[in-house]
Design a protein around this ligand. Structure first.
Ligand code: SF4
Length: 129
């Protein structure tokens, strides 16, 4: 059976879906939200990553949770993960805020949770002085 190559040009073009009010740029009550972890507060307990496994991962360098995708788990599962967080550092935010929030976190220069905080060394004083 031969296929007529010209048939490729006869397929109807799929039109873009009509606006439904859930586009992030439209705002308002129907606005979809993005999930975001405030890593400055996260204690790295991993609860969220065990519940919504397609959404949260523990970032290997800092040991804190981070959202890797927004459509990995159902809203209910993400909400359940939020409920497990002992320090309430997972939030629903507007998509448009993500870049700004990410920049704010980068500016904090967070420390690795797996390491002890750096303290300045004490200078040993000779008691006999
Ligand atoms: S549950 Fe909260 S504190 Fe624990 S890893 Fe997730 S975001 Fe961090």
């Amino acid at each position: 059976m031969s296929i007529d190559p010209s048939s490729a040009f006869q397929v109807k073009v799929q039109l873009e879906a009509e606006p439904n009010g859930k586009e992030p740029c439209l705002g308002g009550q129907l606005q979809d939200k993005a999930v975001w972890v405030d890593e400055s507060i996260c204690i790295g307990c991993r609860y969220c990553a065990h519940v919504a496994t397609n959404t949260f991962v523990i970032e290997p360098h800092l040991g804190r949770s981070r959202v890797i995708r927004q459509d990995g788990d159902s809203f209910e599962l993400i909400q359940e993960a939020i409920g497990t967080c002992p320090v309430n550092c997972i939030h629903w935010v507007a998509f448009e805020k993500l870049d700004e929030l990410r920049s704010q976190l980068e500016a904090l220069d967070l420390q690795d949770l797996g390491k002890l905080p750096q303290v300045s060394r004490r200078v040993k004083r000779n008691i006999s002085d």
